[in-house]
Unconditional design. Structure first.
Length: 287
């Protein structure tokens, strides 16, 4: 029987195969009526230069560890982007069954927390495993949500986006942002494996969010390195913020997110207004 990790690989391959446009894949015409979306198994095998039996066994979740060359060929055949190729490596590299574990609690270094809090004019936050929000500054809490006020077990960006009505109201393109959160979580689970806290988060989201349950089954992955968010903020109105991410030296499971608005735009003005609105009173001692 295949183990759950191999099943993850099988599911990912099937989804990726279904997403490839057969008409543009460069396959010779065979005159057969195509009854399924995407490529057939034998077509993926042909494009990757492996036998149909070998590829079929991969999709069945068998205990097979393909070489790097075969993985490269499969990635090309399935037209995977960089995140998809990395995820394929992660899934294949974890074919041995791994017991569920209790992961150590993540903490932000005091110096990093101090740096994040000192950025008064720029929203900043640090995400850890499971999209856990590990640190935020005053402006990020005002722009998105006061994660510090939430119970520690609920400080997950993905959980907030999917379950909090305020997030649906905040994001103009909520479905785009929510999908990205789900796909980022999928990528991380493939890389780090699941622990008990991750199991609990996935189970809660699947039970409480129909969107999450559907998107999780699609097994798409996404790596957030930069992008934009369109917001309809209750205090300063509509604005668009751009974000860049920095993986932190010494802890690759922590990522710093920095947000900004294009100078001279209405979004920049709105962000400055929000910064002024949440600025501490002069002479006030920080609690």
């Amino acid at each position: 029987m295949s183990n759950p990790t191999n099943r993850e690989l099988a599911d990912f391959l099937r989804r990726a195969r279904a997403d490839v446009d057969a008409d543009s894949a460069g396959l010779p015409a065979d005159g057969r009526i195509r009854r399924v979306k995407g490529l057939r198994r034998e077509e993926v095998a042909f494009l990757a230069g492996v036998s149909t039996d070998y590829y079929t066994r991969l999709e069945q979740g068998r205990r097979i560890v393909p070489s790097a060359g075969v993985l490269d060929a499969l990635a090309r055949a399935l037209r995977l982007d960089a995140a998809g190729r990395a995820h394929l490596d992660d899934l294949v590299g974890s074919t041995a069954a791994r017991p569920r574990r209790t992961a150590p609690v993540q903490r932000v270094r005091p110096g990093l927390r101090q740096l994040v809090e000192a950025m008064d004019g720029q929203p900043a936050l640090v995400l850890g495993r499971r999209t856990d929000v590990l640190a935020t500054n005053r402006l990020a809490r005002a722009l998105f949500a006061d994660f510090d006020a939430m119970p520690a077990a609920q400080r997950s960006y993905a959980r907030w986006v999917l379950l909090d009505d305020a997030a649906r109201e905040l994001f103009v393109d909520w479905e785009v942002q929510a999908r990205a959160a789900v796909e980022s979580l999928r990528l991380e689970v493939g890389r780090a494996g699941q622990d008990r806290a991750t199991d609990a988060l996935v189970a809660e989201l699947a039970a409480r969010s129909p969107e999450f349950a559907a998107w999780w089954e699609e097994h798409r992955v996404f790596q957030r390195t930069s992008g934009s968010k369109r917001l309809r903020h209750r205090v300063v109105g509509d604005l668009t913020v751009e974000y860049e991410t920095l993986t932190l030296p010494g802890d690759v499971d922590q990522t710093l997110f920095l947000y900004s608005a294009e100078p001279g735009t209405s979004s920049d003005e709105a962000l400055r207004m929000l910064a002024s609105w949440v600025a501490p009173e002069p002479g006030r001692v920080r609690g």
